[in-house]
Design a protein around this ligand. Structure first.
Ligand SMILES: Cc1cc2nc3c(=O)[nH]c(=O)nc-3n(C[C@H](O)[C@H](O)[C@H](O)COP(=O)(O)OP(=O)(O)OC[C@H]3O[C@@H](n4cnc5c(N)ncnc54)[C@H](O)[C@@H]3O)c2cc1C
Length: 398
């Protein structure tokens, strides 16, 4: 049996990105097998994320170090310099400072990766269903479509989180979106609405997300943060209601639909469950529990993993202990949402309007502690304090 240097189990967002970063590094001559049950030829999702404006840094090959890069600039579908927000006491634009809001269609990402990976004979891609991933003294072992494969390291993005352990918060971000084309020009292409809370909250956190492609076309997404999925027609009803009430379309056609569920959970994930297996993407805990944003975080984590491989020969990275405080913040926020300790639309209004720019740095986990205190001071005190103690109790009991 051929032994690969790396097997990438699951060639989706995280798996393909990892392969790309490996190829940009001094490890580009290593043998890599990518296994996925899907051909990745559909536009199955749209990723949005914020990031500082384009960087000029590139892989520093001479040093053997991978510096932060923004490889997807050329395939972004849209980039916005500012965003709009509609909360309880504020409606208008938000200052993103150095950040830009970016949108990438998965079909463009998959095509880009296909073209990049095809340049390298060291990469093999196989369409197969993975049945088992196991660590052995010889390396990471994978069975897919009854065929065995082995590698020095297996990077797994197929592992499913449990999301049902009572000591954790197990919320879901679920959404349905329509790309609509209207008869009348009614969208401002410079004004993406990241949260519009003018929808019935029903005690939850519910909002619309409106991303304009041009004056007549936009993705409109009905999004909820709670623990119960809706029936398909319930999302449709809310989408229709919102469009009829707030957008002067003059009639519209639905061009595409998107549905998704993203875990918003503080379930402890294991990036390194054993010596030869590394979990990446959602499986590795790269989803930010309090927002569901995963794309940008995954890019950063993968660049760190590749840098570790380059520098030490091992993919196990160490996250500094003081960075772990962000996990506590996430749990506290999830507890406030889960227990409905304070209306979510008011929390988001305070977060975004009283912490311009800082909120994005905070959600990227790049703030200093003093900045975090400033941000917390804008939150309702008692609900968050109660949530803090509830989280402590759960963790101790669990
Ligand atoms: C509709 C949708 C929209 C999203 N939008 C955003 C967004 O705007 N911003 C953001 O930051 N995040 C977003 N996310 C969350 C997150 O970024 C995506 O889910 C992202 O694709 C996660 O990357 P991943 O590699 O972990 O998983 P995936 O991209 O799902 O990759 C996992 C791969 O493993 C394969 N696989 C699974 N099991 C097996 C098996 N047994 N055998 C073989 N192959 C297998 C799958 O086919 C898949 O290709 C969205 C998620 C969804 C579902």
């Amino acid at each position: 049996m051929k032994k690969y240097d790396f097997i990438i189990a699951g060639g989706g967002m995280a798996g393909l990105s990892l392969a790309y970063y490996l190829l940009q590094s001094p490890l580009r001559d290593r043998s890599i097998l990518i296994l996925d049950r899907e051909p990745k030829s559909q536009n199955d999702r749209t990723w949005c994320f914020w990031e500082r404006g384009p960087l000029t840094t590139q892989t520093d090959q001479s040093e053997g170090l991978l510096t932060r890069s923004q490889p997807f600039e050329s395939i972004l579908f849209r980039t916005w310099k500012s965003i709009s927000f509609h909360g309880t006491t504020y409606s208008g634009m938000l200052d993103m400072g150095p950040y830009q809001y970016k949108m990438l269609r998965s079909i463009d990402f998959y095509a880009f990766m296909e073209a990049e990976l095809a340049k390298w004979p060291t990469i093999e891609r196989k369409q197969a269903t993975i049945q088992r991933i196991k660590d052995t003294p010889q390396g990471g072992f994978v069975i897919a479509d009854d065929e065995p494969y082995i590698a020095n390291y297996v990077f797994d993005s197929t592992f499913a989180l449990k999301l049902d352990q009572p000591e954790n918060h197990n919320l879901l971000q679920h959404f349905k979106g329509w790309v609509i084309t209207t008869s009348t020009p009614c969208f401002d292409p410079k004004r993406p609405e990241i949260m519009d809370f003018r929808v019935d909250q029903q005690g939850d956190c519910r909002f619309m997300y409106v991303l304009p492609f041009d004056e007549k076309t936009a993705l409109i997404e009905y999004t909820l943060f709670n623990s119960t999925l809706l029936l398909d027609q319930e999302y449709d009803t809310e989408l229709r209601k919102y469009i009829d009430q707030f957008i002067e379309t003059g009639g519209y056609q639905i061009r595409e639909t998107e549905y998704g569920v993203i875990p918003m959970s503080d379930e402890p994930t294991q990036e390194n469950p054993s010596e030869h297996i590394v979990r990446i993407g959602t499986s590795g805990g790269f989803t930010k529990p309090s927002t569901g944003y995963t794309f940008h975080r995954t890019q950063r984590c993968l660049q760190d993993i590749v840098q570790c491989l380059v520098e030490t020969g091992k993919p196990q990275r160490t996250v500094p202990w003081f960075k772990r405080r962000f996990k506590l913040y996430d749990s506290i926020f999830l507890n406030v949402l889960e227990k409905r300790r304070h209306p979510a639309d008011d929390i988001f209004t305070r977060v975004y309007t009283e912490n311009p720019q800082r909120v994005f740095t905070f959600l990227d986990e790049d703030t200093r502690f003093s900045e975090e205190i400033q941000l917390f001071a804008t939150m309702p005190f008692w609900p968050f304090l109660k949530a803090f103690f509830a989280v402590l109790r759960r963790k101790i009991a669990g």
